[in-house]
Design a protein around this ligand. Structure first.
Ligand code: EPZ
Length: 458
């Protein structure tokens, strides 16, 4: 497994990150933590709001850097948006641009979700090709082929995806399309595009993630006619126009899973709510396998009770309902302290084991062979200066730091803020010793972090 150093060096430069997290390990957690709305539902439902020609409201929207960026994209396209706490009011009446600005898409891959709704509503869409990221090349070929199947002409030139619907009606045509891979984003793009198409669309081999179901429920609240979301086949009967809706976003199953692992790794008992436990079946099953108890609490809460030890287990990430790739790094952090050997195979993304080098710097014993990480449990981890490379890797390093002896300084906190709402404050409220500090306090450690990452990659 090779990883490009370029991004590490780029991320390590001072201007990349205004703060660090100082974490002192071995402070037990207790109490109750509130789980925010799901990032990966909020982002796509905000794109889905482009389908609405009136006002609509999204509730339980998490306050995240990526969500703010998506709001900027909607405004750039002409929508009026108004924040009211964790509610977002969107007025799509004045949608008058079909081109998403490069500087926004380049910062937020999820902006690419705009292509389906823009094509459906305006008959054309011009969206920059989203680049790759730390975890993989992230191609959009399935999105493009699906839109072509719905009758769009799609050209990719100079880094732009230019799509338009030929003919006077400028309306996509329903079609049958098989996805080569159950891509979450492609499923969502094509489902949104098909809501306003002429006729019926059948999408086969689609993603079944809860966020796909949340999007289908939101679109149906707007007046779309979508059936089968959450199964392998989704059927969409096109309608000429959608209306308004007032819709609450599901809780974030990955944030909830991250907190469950925090309880197991720090040997702490605490509760979390709201949680839809059906969304966490593979994660709960694995936590029970390694010795933790997860107990339903009240109508929509869970309580984590850690085991006396952490047993080893093997994990293979798969599309839902398999074990989620977005929980792989966090679970690896837990398994570094197990009393045996575990094998973790990452099958969804080609470069999502980059947290291994930093976990090893904290005393973990992990070897990577291709897309498999062999994790040999160690009795303790030790705090160290570490560098986050992507969103879930940064969460894994926070979890490891909570269990480690001594202090950890985490650089690259902006990765964390993209996907977790106030994670440091929520952990503080549970009793963790964690604080955010200006980067200067940790900059000198940067060179060592970078140096050791280089040596780990040789
Ligand atoms: C969504 O990304 C999530 N992001 C990811 O969460 C999540 O890890 C991923 O789904 C898988 O569950 C959002 O929802 C905003 P994919 P997405 O298309 O849609 C290949 C996080 O940490 N593929 O299901 O981009 C692709 O290369 C983020 O919260 C194609 O080959 O994921 C990858 O290997 C990270 N061609 C695999 O499919 C395509 O056209 C899965 O990607 C599209 C995808």
């Amino acid at each position: 497994m090779t990883a490009s150093l370029g991004s590490l060096e780029k991320k390590a430069s001072p201007e990349a990150d205004p703060s660090v997290l100082q974490i002192w390990g071995r402070h037990p957690l207790q109490g109750k933590v509130k789980i925010s709305g799901a990032k990966n539902a909020a982002l796509v439902l905000m794109a889905g709001a482009l389908l609405c020609p009136d006002e609509c409201r999204l509730r339980n929207v998490p306050s995240l850097a990526d969500v703010k960026r998506m709001g900027q994209l909607l405004s750039a396209l002409g929508l009026k948006i108004k924040w009211d706490g964790d509610n977002l009011e969107i007025n799509g009446r004045h949608l008058d641009k079909s081109e998403a600005p490069y500087e926004l898409v380049s910062q937020l891959r999820a902006s690419f979700f705009a292509i389906g709704p823009l094509l459906a509503r305006l008959g054309e869409a011009h969206v920059p090709l989203p680049g790759g990221c730390a975890i993989g090349a992230r191609p959009v070929d399935i999105h493009v082929r699906g839109l072509q199947a719905l009758g769009a002409n799609v050209q990719i030139e100079h880094g732009m995806v230019r799509a338009y619907v030929p003919g006077n009606s400028r309306r996509l045509k329903g079609a049958k399309f098989y996805l080569d891979y159950p891509s979450v984003g492609a499923t969502e793009t094509l489902m949104m595009a098909a809501t306003l198409a002429q006729g019926e669309t059948t999408l086969q081999n689609v993603a079944q993630e809860p966020e796909v179901v949340d999007l289908a429920n939101f679109c149906n609240a707007l007046g779309a006619r979508i059936r089968g979301a959450g199964t392998k086949t989704i059927v969409i009967e096109g309608v000429p126009r959608l209306g308004s809706a007032d819709y609450e976003i599901i809780p974030d199953r990955i944030e909830a899973g991250t907190f469950l692992v925090a309880g197991a790794i720090t040997r702490s008992q605490f509760s979390l709510f709201p949680v839809v436990s059906e969304h966490l079946i593979p994660v709960i099953s694995k936590l029970r396998e390694v010795g933790a108890q997860i107990i339903p609490e009240g109508s929509n809460g869970l309580r984590i009770i850690p085991g006396d030890t952490i047993k080893p287990t093997d994990i293979e990430t798969l599309p839902y309902p398999g074990f989620p790739t977005d929980m792989q790094a966090q679970f690896m952090a837990l398994l570094t302290l197990s009393d045996g050997d575990s094998a973790i195979r990452e099958t969804v993304f080609e470069n999502r084991l980059r947290h291994v080098a930093e976990l090893n710097r904290m005393g973990a014993n992990i070897r990577v062979k291709g897309n498999v990480a062999i994790v040999r449990g160690v009795p303790t981890l030790s705090g160290a200066p570490v560098l986050a490379t992507d969103l879930r890797a940064s969460a894994a390093l926070v979890l490891a730091a909570l269990a480690a002896e001594g202090k950890t300084t985490l650089q690259g906190v902006h990765h964390l803020d993209r996907g977790y709402e106030k994670l440091d404050l929520k952990l503080q409220q549970l009793g963790a010793k964690i604080q955010r500090e200006p980067a200067t306090a940790g900059m000198e450690k940067d060179a060592t972090a970078l140096q050791s990452a280089k040596s780990a990659l040789k």
